[in-house]
Design a protein around this ligand. Sequence first.
Ligand code: GDP
Ligand code: ZN
Length: 478
Amino acid sequence: LTTHNSEDTIVALATPNGIGAIAVIRLSGLDAIAIANSVWKGKDLTKQASHTIHFGHIVDGDLVLDEVLASLFVAPKSYTRENVVEISCHASGYIIESIIKLFIKKGARSAKPGEFTLRAFLNGQLDLSQAEAVADLIASNSKASQQVALQQLRGGFSTQLQLLREQLVNFASLIELELDFAEEDVEFANRDQLKNLIHEITKIVGRLIQSFELGNAIKNGVNTVIAGRPNAGKSTLLNALLNEERAIVSHIPGTTRDTIEEVLNIQGINFRLIDTAGIREATDAIEQIGVQRTMEKISQSALLVYVFDATEITIEELNSDIESLQKPGITMLLVANKMDLLESESPEDRKSESLASGKIQNIGDFFRTSGLPDFRTISISAKEKQHIDELKQKIYSSAIKDQLSGDETLVTNIRHLEALQKTEEALIRVLGGIDGSITSDFLSMDIKQSLHYLGEITGVVTTDDLLENIFSKFCIGK
Ligand code: GDP
Ligand code: ZN
């Protein structure tokens, strides 16, 4: 890709359209500096060095629009690798609109969403995964998501893939060569070496695919439902987790009729906690809706925190709840609540009561027979805030198997994940092909497919549709 100083110069507001002291209007393209200079009162901008800032006025004929600063970036030393001027003006909606209109009158056109970054990509400033990282970085709302986006922006992700791809390209060309000599039945590409390389790439691609779980959790958070029978203590627990009085707590069963959503950050991961209406046979229509929503929310979640009142529930009810809530793809955490009440009871009383009523005699024993691993069961008191930190730890380890190591390359983008999965499939076909001694032309086809999908990630292989799809999701001005 060569640097291209586009003949159509684009303009857009780069800062948010709202209240603030200063707004930045960005111009990029061949005529960016000339256009700015044509409405400029101050030093001749066309004669100034790159990376300099100038004080002056934007004027429309005799009318002074604003007192501004102009930052100059001369191609190719700019974000887009084109001539870029950034005007810092006062953030009045009127001023911003007037200046942009003026630039358009002088020959610029309004930038499309993401067009600055698209130009940066087309001019080789960023590869595609880096361009996407720009959007992620702007959207990042936690330390972990900012770190992962920054790492991707710096190219950690794409460098690794690029190296793999180059090695594979070498083999592909050797196999192509074999096709030219088809009559003579030669093998330029050593099959064992090819197999080793494919194994190596498959391993790395597999690891990247695996990293999506953590990458996605960091970028998008983990949907977590708190469910349980009315009065189990769901709302009290939500408050204890958030350390605030947010959800409505009451002793009337079924009070939490609609769902409440809050974000809990545990070790850099945002867990979106959803408190739900109780699960039980709903008696009135409003509750019925609540129960339906609960089931819907559960099906959209990755983690289900099932809370039960350890003093009240019977083993039979508990087993039936667990069975009905278990869904593929959702991890369940069992939380025995109101342990403060249970602990105040004498073991003898508890034993005779549990024998008579079918209630739980000993939570520890019950958990051991549940077959769930230790990190998925816990006893707490939501009201007395006992074992809340341990619960947070268990929420984290139930959802996130990998630990965040800092320098690990993580996949956070569903587009990348899909391309990696297709790469993996093609690579497995290549391996099968080598073992089954298929002909060079079929082998070559499968290798080309893996190259294609690997290339889609970094943007070596692109289509207009793909670019349109990615950049249209950006804001205008990015
Ligand atoms: P929800 O219907 O599941 O949301 O239950 P709530 O959070 O509204 O709690 C129902 C009742 O149980 C309230 O009176 C709470 O104060 C009480 N409660 C909740 N957690 C505990 C606990 O750990 N110990 C005790 N003793 N009471 C609790
Ligand atoms: Zn509640």
